[in-house]
Structures are given as structure tokens and as C-alpha cells.
Design a protein around this ligand. Structure first.
Ligand code: ADP
Ligand code: ZN
Length: 605
């Protein structure tokens, strides 16, 4: 037996297999807990480094670690990544033929595997449960553990039955992991998976490398194009849209303007979806335009931006989607554009949706939290983190911190808008209310004699865009609501009374839509833009070397080395294999396989 302590063995594996010098955050404690045979519940944000928390204990304990994962793409990715590190790993899911499955099962029983990724329905199959009883098991890892929660947004019925693992394999340690953290979901994970005795490891959910920005919608596609051209030329990114049609239109629009953009939504044939996903993973600089059907289980570490063209329905969803940016820890952007129509549309979707009233109430609360974030003049990160129960200081890396938004005394304007809604009978949508405020002579105005109401034309001092902004913020702030029948009509809430009576004041975000352009071009924060211009050529050569090695093995480039590792090479300029071994992310296996190729590239300069 080795005389090293558990901690020392874990540390040695971290370095030799993964090439990392230090554990991050609570990784070391989690590894120690599970390696010693204890259960653990791990809450860590995306990109926090959850995989190591079960991979290293699996390597330390006798037998094979069984990882339950709902996501086929992710399994494949993780298994390929482990193989490149020299770890015996395999997966069992519906993509394998019967013969291939049998071969994996044989290797599992023969003790030839250290990690086996299994889809939940496969794991729960009585035949496979019986098979596991004959195998040597290092641990169970339950990834995406929030899928057991019915209140969560990714509920998977199969996950509920995973409590059977505890009953049938009481002596095998279990580690449940998730990046979705609210207290209710956490409690549900603990009870449903019988993790009452598990140690809980809760990390901060902050993603300091992601810069949050939310801009007022003007011309969404044009704003998106500007954003990509200004800050993300040649970068990989994800653009989220609400509908399939918008996905298609946006992808076409970007492609026509020379951006490698691909659509992804549930209406596309399965092969095309798979093809687009694989191009996104394997090629450099692909922009995926997608509905939220895309992304869960996408582990690509070098996604440099996530853009939303439509308002997300909840802060949880928004944070999870934007969390797919910058997993490698390098600078990344989360960018959202939204306007009055978005607020109307989502409110209507909730009211029109078939959910029972109790569920609708939850949906309304979630939307309100999201609207609160969109309209806040405080640090965005503070607002997000406080929603997840964390307190923090202003971050200095969000739009509101970098350019404090202008606010104005909108009491008078709000009163005009609210009374115009009231005077026209609370039966019209935003467009008509604005027409009346501006004193326009439309057919509708004439039809309803709205040129005779007292609020006709009282809003000529503000532009149409300004009124849209006012109405949006009144809706978001709960002074106005939409009807429940789906006609998009506005009406007053009780909140509106003090404002109308003149008992309350209101400050709103500034009306200056184009403010951003005036401040001049922002410094680019893309990964490649952070490279010293003198190193740019070498950086591109390192990437090309990575690309050709990846193509030769038919794996995504980031599985060879991450951007962070290439940057470390660029900075340290190793000239020998020994020096190369010290680069973060270069473990023994990768040093042997790729060390010479990268040394040669570095020496050409
Ligand atoms: P998560 O599953 O929590 O989203 P991953 O396990 O995919 O995160 O890890 C995110 C990235 O961080 C990966 O590229 C991983 O190799 C890297 N990483 C994890 N732990 C460490 C560490 N201790 N030191 C350096 N890099 C790490
Ligand atoms: Zn901030």
C-alpha cells in the first residue's frame, strides 16, 4: 500500500493526469470526502470544475465510477476527453449498437474501466442494476442533479427513481452535482436522492469573468451584428431566440453578413441538428443561433459570448444560459437586448399558457425577478447573486458598473401614461396608448373618439421610443399589467394609485438609446484580442497546431488543450518537454502525445 495520504494522492493525480497544479475552490475537500467513501452534494457554478470532483475519487478508489448523466452529447465529450488523458472511460446510451453496448458491459464487469457514463433510463434498467451488483463500484456520480426537482426547469422523471441506488448499493459513495442552486431545489435533491447524510459543498455562484450587459432594444438584429463585429470577431458564441422562426431569420441574417452562424431548434431534422452542434463544438468561431433547446450539456469551454435576442422567462434560466460563456475562465460577454414588446409577449405567454393558477403565480414571480434585473440601475451581478442568496460588492465588470445608467425624474411622464391608459378605458395596447399620448390622428383614435379624451396629445414632449421605454418600465415595475385574455391590453394595478394621486415619485432609466455608441468603441475583450499583438502570429500557429491534432483524432480542438493552456504556453515559452510539463493543463499523457508538436511550433518563432 502507498504511504501517501488521501490528500497527497489526490494532488498527485491532479498533476499527473490533468496537468493542474492546484485544486480550485472546494474541489480538494470534495475529493477527500468522496475518496474516503462519504456522500456529497456539490453546488458549483458552470465552469467551476465539477467533473474533477468525481473523476479523481473514481481514480483513487478500487472499481469503476458510474456517472449518471442525462445528456448524450456531454457523455461523449467527457469520455473523449478522459481517453485523451489516458483514463479508461466509456459510455452507455441509445447511440450505441447492441454489440457495442455488450462490449462496454463486458469491460465494465472485467474491471477494465475507471469511469462509465450511463443515461438514467439505462442505469435503472433491471438488467443493468443486476449487472452492477456483480461489478466493482468506486462511486456513483449524479450529474445535473437538479433534474430530480419537479419545480426546477429540467425535470426528468427517471431521475426520481435514482434513490434506488442508495437502497441497492448502500456502501457505494454517491456524489450529486448541479449548477442550479436555489434553496427549494437543493432541499428537493436531498430528500429525493436520500442525501440527508451527505456533506454539502456550496460554492459561490459568481462568474467574475462574464461581463453582463442588458441594452434597450432598438433594432435587435442590427444591435446584435454590431455587438459581434465590435467585440467578437471570429469568436464562438451562442445567440438565444424564443421562436424557431426567429432562430432561422437571425441565423440567415448573420450568415449573409459573413458570420459563420448556424441555426438550432427542435423543428430541424435530427441529423442537421447533430451536424450543427458538432460544427459548433469542433470548428473555431461558430455562432450558434438557437432556442433554449440548445445548450444543456454543452461543455465547450471557449464560448466567448452568449447573446439573448428575447427576454428569458426566469433569472435561473438566464443565468444558466449565460453561464455557458467563458467556462475556461477567460473574459466573456453576456449580452441581452429587450424592449416593451418582450415584456408584453412573455406576460401574455404566461397568462395564455395552460398552467394551473398556482404555477402561473410561480411563473409571474420568476419573470418579475428577471425584469428586475433588466431594469435595475444597480450592479447586475449584485442583483443576480442576491437572487441566489449571496451578498457581494459592485463588480466593476457589468454595464451598470462600467457606465452608470442615467436616470431621470419620470413622475410626470408616468402619470401621463397611466392616466392615458385609464382615460382610454384600459382596453387598448401600448401602440394605441402611445398614439393618443402623441396626439396622432389614426383610424382607431377617430373610431373611439380618443381625440376627445383629456390625455390626447399631452405626451408630445417625448418621442415614441421614449414612451415605449416608459410603458415598458411601468409594466416591469408592476404599475401596469396586461390582460389575461391575450389581447395585449394594458390596465392599471393598485401600485399605480399613489403615482396617479401624486403621492409617489418615480425615477426611470435614461431614454438615451444610443448612449453606448457615443462613448466610442469599447476595448475588445475577446480571447484573441487579449493577446499581445506581437504574439498574435504565434498564437494563431498554436491554434493551428491544436486544430490539426484535433482533426487527426476527430475530436473537438478544446479537448486537445484549452485556450487557457495555449495562453500559458504563449507566456512561458517552454523549450523542453520538462518545461512543457509545468504548463497548467499539460498532464503526463498529453505531454507524451502532443508535447513535441507544440514545442516545434513554439521553436519556429
Ligand atoms: P463544470 O462541469 O463545473 O461546468 P468543468 O468540470 O467542465 O466545469 O471544468 C471547467 C474547466 O475548468 C475545464 O476546462 C477544466 O479542465 C478546468 N478545471 C477544472 N478544475 C481545474 C483546476 N483545479 N485547475 C485548472 N483548471 C481546472
Ligand atoms: Zn457590476
Amino acid at each position: 500500500m502507498s504511504e501517501l495520504t488521501l490528500e497527497e494522492r489526490a494532488q498527485a493525480l491532479l498533476l499527473s493526469v490533468f496537468g493542474y497544479e492546484r485544486f480550485r475552490g472546494r474541489q480538494a475537500d470534495i475529493v477527500a470526502q468522496v475518496a474516503a467513501g462519504g456522500d456529497a452534494l456539490v453546488l458549483m457554478p458552470t465552469g467551476g470544475g465539477k467533473s474533477l470532483c468525481y473523476q479523481i475519487p473514481a481514480l483513487m478508489r478500487p472499481g469503476c465510477g458510474v456517472v449518471v448523466s442525462p445528456l448524450i452529447a456531454l457523455m461523449q465529450d467527457q469520455v473523449e476527453g478522459l481517453r485523451l488523458l489516458g483514463v479508461e472511460a466509456a459510455f452507455l446510451n441509445s447511440t450505441l449498437t447492441l454489440d457495442e453496448s455488450r462490449e462496454v458491459e463486458r469491460r465494465f464487469l472485467a474491471g477494465e474501466l475507471k469511469l462509465l457514463y450511463v443515461a438514467p433510463e439505462r442505469l435503472l434498467n433491471p438488467r443493468f442494476l443486476a449487472l452492477m451488483e456483480r461489478a466493482s463500484l468506486a462511486l456513483f456520480a449524479i450529474d445535473e442533479a437538479h433534474c430530480v426537482s419537479q419545480w426546477g426547469h429540467d425535470f426528468r422523471p427517471d431521475y426520481i427513481q435514482l434513490s434506488i441506488l442508495h437502497e441497492r448499493f448502500p456502501s457505494t459513495p454517491r456524489i450529486a452535482l448541479t449548477a442550479t442552486a436555489d434553496a427549494a431545489t437543493r432541499r428537493e435533491i436531498v430528500t429525493r436522492l436520500a442525501l440527508e447524510d451527505a456533506a454539502e459543498f456550496v460554492s459561490s455562484f459568481d462568474r467574475p469573468n462574464i461581463r453582463y450587459a442588458i441594452v434597450e432594444k432598438d433594432n435587435a438584429r442590427k444591435q446584435l451584428l454590431d455587438f459581434i463585429e465590435r467585440e467578437h470577431d471570429g469568436d464562438a458564441g451562442i445567440v438565444y431566440c424564443l421562436s424557431r422562426k426567429r432562430v432561422e431569420d437571425t441565423a440567415t441574417f448573420l450568415a449573409e453578413r459573413g458570420i459563420t452562424a448556424l441555426p438550432y431548434h427542435a423543428g430541424l431534422p435530427a441529423e442537421l441538428r447533430a451536424k450543427h452542434q458538432s460544427r459548433f463544438l469542433r470548428e473555431d468561431g461558430v455562432v450558434m443561433v438557437a432556442t433554449i433547446a440548445f445548450g444543456m450539456g454543452i461543455d465547450k469551454p471557449d464560448v466567448r459570448f452568449v447573446a439573448h435576442l428575447d427576454l428569458p422567462k426566469s433569472l435561473e434560466g438566464y443565468y444558466q444560459e449565460t453561464g455557458r460563456a467563458g467556462r475556461d475562465g477567460l473574459a466573456a460577454n453576456a449580452w441581452l437586448t429587450y424592449g416593451l414588446n418582450d415584456v408584453m409577449q412573455i406576460k401574455e405567454m404566461i397568462e395564455q399558457g395552460g398552467s394551473p393558477e398556482a404555477q402561473k403565480q410561480v411563473e409571474r414571480q420568476k419573470l418579475n425577478a428577471m425584469l428586475g434585473l433588466a431594469e435595475t440601475t444597480l450592479c447586475r451581478r449584485q442583483v443576480i447573486l442576491s437572487y441566489f442568496g449571496e451578498t457581494s460588492a459592485p463588480c466593476g465588470n457589468c454595464d451598470n458598473c462600467l457606465e452608470p445608467p442615467l436616470t431621470w425624474d419620470a413622475t410626470e411622464a408616468a402619470r401621463k401614461a397611466l392616466s392615458c391608459v385609464f382615460r382610454t378605458g384600459q382596453r387598448f395596447g401600448a401602440g394605441h396608448v402611445i398614439d393618443v399620448l402623441l396626439g396622432k390622428e389614426t383610424d382607431k383614435v377617430r373610431q373611439y373618439f380618443h381625440d376627445r379624451v383629456t390625455t390626447y396629445g399631452i405626451g408630445k414632449d417625448l418621442s415614441e421610443a421614449a414612451w415605449r421605454s416608459v410603458l415598458r418600465q411601468l409594466l416591469a415595475g408592476g404599475y401596469l399589467e396586461t390582460d389575461t385574455e391575450g389581447y395585449g391590453t394594458l390596465r392599471l394595478t393598485d401600485e399605480a394609485r399613489p403615482l396617479l394621486r401624486g403621492d409617489a415619485e418615480l425615477r426611470l432609466r435614461g431614454l438615451v438609446v444610443k448612449k453606448r455608441e457615443k462613448t466610442g468603441p469599447k476595448a475588445k475583450i475577446t480571447a484573441s484580442a487579449n493577446i499581445d499583438p506581437a504574439d498574435e502570429a504565434l498564437w494563431q500557429e498554436l491554434r493551428a497546431t491544436r486544430r490539426s491534432l484535433a482533426d487527426a483524432q476527430n475530436v473537438p480542438a478544446y479537448l486537445i488543450f484549452s485556450d487557457a493552456t495555449l495562453r500559458a504556453m504563449l507566456e512561458a515559452r517552454p523549450t523542453t518537454l520538462d518545461e512543457m510539463a509545468h504548463i497548467s493543463g499539460v498532464g503526463a499523457q498529453k505531454l507524451a502525445r502532443y508535447g513535441d508538436a507544440f514545442l516545434a511550433t513554439l521553436q519556429r518563432r
